[in-house]
Design a protein around this ligand. Structure first.
Ligand SMILES: *Cc1c(COP(=O)(O)O)cnc(C)c1O
Length: 378
């Protein structure tokens, strides 16, 4: 290939297929083992994945589910959240976080995100808990882009007002605060295992963690029709089981998660160093936080121009998210908003840009992204 062709080769924003190529033999063997084994739903692979994921997080229990959205629904229900209960979360997140709250019949109450970490701002949470528009049963902080929310402040506020905490850790497998992993800061935590997440299946999957025996037991029951003994429902449940194929694949990928997160951090370091001094805001890492860069998101006033210029150089980027949840057609005008409003949330939507980020991105490609942004900014 000529040098020009190399320079112009496409750089995708994310690439789950590369995660298959990186572990192809082991994944193929895991799939073949399951297909030949005769157990396809909630079998030995799921048991092992749950044990291995719990050990990775340092949590007492892990319980598999069919998706991240379902994990949030199951988590809310296991914590006793139901129809009419208020649940505080953010609007700068995947719509799934808010959808899950409504799926259990509860009422989302939205607070703003912090300027730097883009995660739930403790001031907005404190204000809404002091003057709640309806009784608040739970708080759902989101560890957005791989950066942990300020759990010391959030958990203290929630405890003071008698609210449960369900972490939405869908973008933060392996993220830490003072050496302790997310998934251990609330009453339970929900993780999506969608293919592009830091730990991703090759289909839909999710998992929860908790320290609490009773919560773990209700999660296991709720995910399978409310059974505690086979064919007898103890409570009204649903079907949200993790299948053996995905669990076997996830076990292979979990073994590499820590190394993959380190690689994401190495790419982030190239971006941080290369973009220094430009008129754009690079991601912050709060003191004591270990960011796992599910996304590397910069903030710039010339987002659309920058995005177009990157594309001219064959570099894809993303926007997470183009519209806050409370302004999306499904929700517009009908969600409760805390007393401090959503000014930061609303200002972000037009300014954020997610640069290419996945563990198999080569470091030269990351440098090419830096060069392209510098060329556009001068
Ligand atoms: C991906 C994601 C979800 C939804 O997970 P699914 O597996 O797609 O259902 C929920 N919350 C956040 C923050 C996410 O990133």
């Amino acid at each position: 290939m000529s040098e020009a062709a190399v320079a112009d080769s496409p750089i995708p924003q994310t690439n789950p297929q590369a995660s298959y190529e990186a572990q192809r033999d082991e994944i193929d063997a895991a799939v073949a083992r399951v297909l030949a084994g005769g157990r396809y739903i909630l079998g030995p692979e799921v048991d092992r994945f749950e044990a291995e994921f719990a050990a990775f997080v340092g949590a007492r229990y892990a319980v598999g589910a069919a998706s991240g959205t379902d994990a949030l629904v199951l988590g809310l229900r296991a914590l006793g959240v139901g129809p009419g209960d208020g649940v505080v979360t953010v609007s700068h997140t995947a719509a799934a976080t808010v959808a899950a709250i409504e799926l259990v019949g509860a009422v989302p109450v939205l607070v703003d995100v912090d300027e730097k970490s883009f995660t739930m701002g403790p001031a907005g949470l404190a204000a809404v808990l002091t003057r709640p528009p309806l009784p608040i049963k739970a708080v759902v902080p989101v560890h957005l882009y791989g950066h942990p929310a300020d759990m010391a402040a959030i958990a203290t506020l929630a405890a003071r007002h008698g609210a449960k905490v369900l972490e939405d850790a869908s973008q933060a497998h392996g993220a830490m605060i003072d050496g302790r992993q997310v998934g251990r800061f609330g009453d339970a935590a929900a993780f999506s295992l969608y293919p592009t997440k830091n730990l991703g299946a090759f289909g839909d999957a999710g998992v929860l963690t908790t320290e609490d025996d009773a919560v773990a037991a209700s999660l296991r029951s709720l995910r399978q029709y409310g059974w505690t003994t086979p064919q007898v429902a103890e409570r009204p449940g649903m079907n949200s089981r993790l299948d053996e194929l995905q669990a076997a694949i996830l076990r292979v990928k979990l073994a590499r998660l820590a190394a993959d997160n380190d690689r994401r951090r190495a790419i982030a370091h190239i971006y941080d160093a290369g973009l220094e001094g430009l008129p754009l805001q690079t991601p912050a890492e709060r003191a004591g936080a270990f960011h796992v860069y599910h996304q590397y998101v910069v903030r710039t006033d010339v987002r659309d121009r920058l995005r177009a210029r990157l594309l001219e150089r064959n570099i894809s980027s993303g926007v997470h998210y183009p519209m806050p949840v409370h302004l999306q057609p499904a929700y517009q005008g009908r969600l409760a908003i805390g007393p401090l409003g959503l000014a930061t949330t609303e200002s972000l939507a037009s300014r954020i840009l997610s640069l290419p980020m996945f563990p198999q991105l080569d470091l030269d490609a990351a440098s090419r992204v830096v060069d392209a942004i510098r060329a556009c900014s001068t």
